[in-house]
Each structure stands twice: as C-alpha cells, then as structure tokens.
Write a protein that binds this ligand. Structure first.
Ligand SMILES: *Cc1c(COP(=O)(O)O)cnc(C)c1O
Length: 317
C-alpha cells in the first residue's frame, strides 16, 4: 500500500480517525480509531522509524541495520528505499519467504541468521560494531518515541479529548510515543489502557514485579507483541501517568481482528485486534469512559486467507 501526502518528514502519512456505528452500538460507547494501519509500511512503526532514520541521514549516515522480520523491519526497508540509503535486515530462518520477499522487493539486503530473533539480533549488533551503520531498535529509542508521538499531535486537532486511550504494548515504544504526545497536547490526565495478550504480557509482568522483567517465552499468537521484556522507559511512565494494564486472550484478539474487518473493512494483526477487542467487548479498565481512542496500529502479518480461517473457526466454535 503506497499513499504519500507529504506529512511531517514526508515518509509517514497523516491518518484519519474512523468509527463504526454498529461497533459503537455493541461497545455501548463511542470508539474512535486512529488508522495507523494505513501507514505506507502497514503499521504505526513508519512514524518512529522514519523520524529516526531521517534524523541520522541528515547527520550523514547512509547505512542502517535492523533485526526485525516484522513490522519494524518493513518500516526500515520502506524508509531506506524512500531516503536512498541502504538497509540490512537480519531475520531468523523462521521468517516466512513471503516477508523475506517483501523486504528484498523494497531493496533491503536480507540476511538469515539463526533460528530465533535473539540470534538474528546478535548478528545485527555484530555488523554494527564493525561498520558505520546505525542499528534501528524496534521499540527502544527516544527518536522512535518522538516520531510515534506525532499521531497524537494529529488526533488532538482531529477530535475532542477522549476519556481513555487504548494502546497495544509489545516492547512499549508505541506507548512511550503516545504518552509523549498526550502530555504535549494537554491530555496528561487522560488514562491509558495498555493492552497485551496472555502469553506476551511483558508490561503486565513489569507492573506486577515493580520493574521490567523477562517473561521467559512468548506463547501468544500475537508475535508482534512478543517482546520478552518492556523498555525501561515504558515502565517509568507508570510513575507519571494513570496507565492501566489489561491482558486479553488470543481468542479475544482474533475477535477484535474480525470486528475490525467487518466494521472498518481493514485487515489487522492480533497485535492490533487485541486493542479493538478491549474497546468493543468492554473491560473494567475503561471505567465509565464515554469516548475512547484506540490506536489501530495495523500490522502486515495478516492475510485474507488467515482472517477467513479465523472467521470460520469462530463461526463453528
Ligand atoms: C510493533 C507493533 C506493536 C507493539 O509496539 P511496541 O512499540 O513494541 O510496544 C503493536 N502492534 C503492531 C502492529 C506493531 O507493529
């Protein structure tokens, strides 16, 4: 999907706010979606990654390294193509041929290293140590958060203050950016609901432990939320903002993807569906919020076939 309207640094786009009357009726409240699923790379990651890469490019950097076979790697490859710089993306051998093809088609140098992400990441860091390339973290860099925060600058002029903001959490980079944008736009007292799936709940684990801790393994289908441990900065925000942790099941995340397909007519990953489900199905963390803003973060690891299989499974469950 390619849409360019020259927003900000010219790489990410200004996204609309969308809502669905049937979904609002089921939710019993007004649910507004910030449609980050429409970003050129398929997710909100385009905002932070484009800010990080264009800032370094202005300082003369021409080579970038990523270790993500997911939405972060796709954003790096998109931005490299648009900025005319080189991107090397290390992926584990579990990354599908489809994704490898997408990355290569954008001009990235795709290198397969190891069979799990940590091994690919070690190879990426080794190359960085022996070159002038900049390593692009998927979630842990202030430049990413600054880029992500622009989605709230836009929302603040597109809508009135919501009663709650709902955001999915993997490593917590998106939430850091959303909070930064909220504090810059007078939304500092609007609660944030940080949503994860059971089996990828590293933020909930940090809240329970009082510090970021590793959850050891990822057992959820929402692999995009599969950071073993959240960024320190994401946890630090809990001391300065009303952040409510919520954990839903994989099945609920899938139900959220189906609701989004039916009502907003867009396919998204369970990493995004879980936030849709929380708004649609309700949750104690929302209290009596009349209007909620859901960050529809998107994700490319989804297909019509997969979504159809989920729909069939739900219909016969
Ligand atoms: C990266 C990503 C997330 C999680 O973002 P973090 O910054 O790691 O918390 C959620 N949804 C989608 C679609 C993503 O690409």
């Amino acid at each position: 999907m390619m849409m360019h309207d020259g927003s900000g640094n010219g790489l990410y786009i200004q996204t609309p706010i969308a809502e669905s009357q049937p979904l609002n009726a089921r939710a019993g409240r007004r649910v507004l979606f910030k449609m980050e699923c429409h970003q050129p790379s398929g997710s909100f990651k385009m905002r932070g990654v484009s800010h990080l890469m264009s800032t370094h490019k202005e300082a003369g950097v021409t080579q970038f390294i990523s270790s993500s076979g997911g939405n972060a790697g796709l954003a790096v490859a998109h931005c490299a193509a648009r900025l005319g710089v080189s991107a090397t993306v290390f992926v584990p051998d579990t990354t599908s041929l489809h994704v490898r093809g997408l990355l290569a088609g954008l001009g990235a140098d795709v290198r397969v290293a190891g069979s799990v992400w940590n091994e690919a990441d070690a190879a990426a860091r080794a190359l960085r140590a022996s070159s002038d390339a900049i390593y692009v973290s998927p979630f842990d860099d202030p430049l990413l958060w600054e880029g992500h925060s622009t989605m709230i600058d836009e929302a603040a002029v597109q809508m009135d203050r919501p009663d709650a903001v709902i955001v999915s959490v993997g490593g917590g980079g998106m939430m850091c950016g959303v909070l930064q944008g909220m504090h810059r736009n007078g939304w500092a007292d609007v609660p944030v609901v940080a949503v994860e799936t059971d089996g990828a709940a590293s933020f909930a684990a940090a809240v329970a432990a009082g510090r970021p801790v590793s959850i050891g393994a990822i057992t959820s289908i929402a692999k995009t939320l599969g950071s073993l441990q959240v960024a320190d900065a994401a946890f630090e925000w809990t001391k300065r903002h009303d952040i409510r942790s919520a954990v839903l099941s994989d099945r609920q995340a899938i139900q959220g993807c189906l609701a989004f397909a039916d009502d907003l007519h867009v396919l998204v990953e369970p990493a995004c569906g879980v936030s849709v489900a929380l708004a649609e199905q309700g949750h104690p963390a929302l209290g009596d919020a009349g209007t909620v803003l859901v960050i529809a973060c998107g994700g490319s690891a989804v297909s019509a076939r997969q979504t159809g299989e989920w729909a069939l499974a739900e219909a016969t469950a």
